[in-house]
Ligand binder design. Structure first.
Ligand code: COA
Length: 197
């Protein structure tokens, strides 16, 4: 999987070594209760299982100066559209990191994986997430109930949509794609072309 560099962050794949920090940061009630699929409490064993990407999942760890601070990514549905999700450890809220990282991940998805569009949702009691989605260019398209694993019941949520064309207009975000697992010339070509490799 690609590694992406943004203005302030490195986005990289999660590894086994992230499990305990992921459990500590994402297992926080303030984080887990706003997601559909992060349990609370979150044990290290559950964290290890959660971090293994399933089929169609593209998940990036957000790293700030070597510290894991959150995660962002998407799940590719059979239809081709992808469902976006993100979370950030509480000490780093309110500094634009979620928007910066998710913008880069989505830009990578459109440019490199040809994702035709994105969907996302947030619980109605989570306005910060709605702000992130709108800053990314998403528009609200409906409402419905979504399960919150941490809360143990369905919660009213707003659903959003962003098509690839608008995403390309809206999402700069990535200064360089580091193709660590691909030949160096591709990384070099990507850098001089200023786009994904
Ligand atoms: C949602 C979350 C990822 C936002 O991360 P972040 O890095 O703080 O987000 P950003 O700084 O990029 O943007 C947050 C925006 O919401 C605003 N905001 C923050 N708290 C808010 C609140 N309680 N009410 C309204 N707006 C709020 C901020 O001012 C900012 O908007 P602005 O840039 O226009 O000022 C973070 O709060 C989080 O991880 N929450 C728990 C998990 C979660 O909600 N994940 C998303 C599930 S859909």
């Amino acid at each position: 999987m690609a590694r992406l560099v943004t203005e302030r962050l490195l986005l990289r794949p999660f590894g086994r070594a992230d499990a305990s920090e992921f459990a500590r940061l994402a297992g926080d009630w303030a984080v887990a209760s706003m997601t559909s699929d992060i349990p609370h409490p979150l044990s290290e064993m559950q964290a290890r299982a959660w971090l293994r990407p399933g089929r169609g999942e593209v998940r990036f760890a957000m790293e700030l100066r070597g510290q894991l601070i959150g995660g962002t990514g998407f799940y590719r549905r059979h239809s081709g559209a992808a469902e976006v999700g993100f979370w950030l450890g509480r000490p780093w809220w309110g500094r634009g990191y979620a928007t910066e990282a998710t913008s880069a991940a989505m830009s990578y998805g459109v440019r490199s994986l040809r994702i035709p569009g994105y969907t996302s949702s947030h619980f109605v009691d989570n306005p910060a997430s709605g702000n992130v989605l709108r800053k990314l260019g998403f528009e609200p398209v409906g409402r419905g109930k979504i399960i919150s694993t941490a809360r143990g019941h369905d919660v009213e949520a707003v659903t959003y949509w962003l098509d690839a064309k608008r995403a390309l207009e809206r999402l700069p975000g990535v200064h360089a794609y580091l193709a660590a697992d691909t030949p160096r010339w591709r990384a070099w070509l990507g850098r001089i072309a200023g786009r994904a490799v």
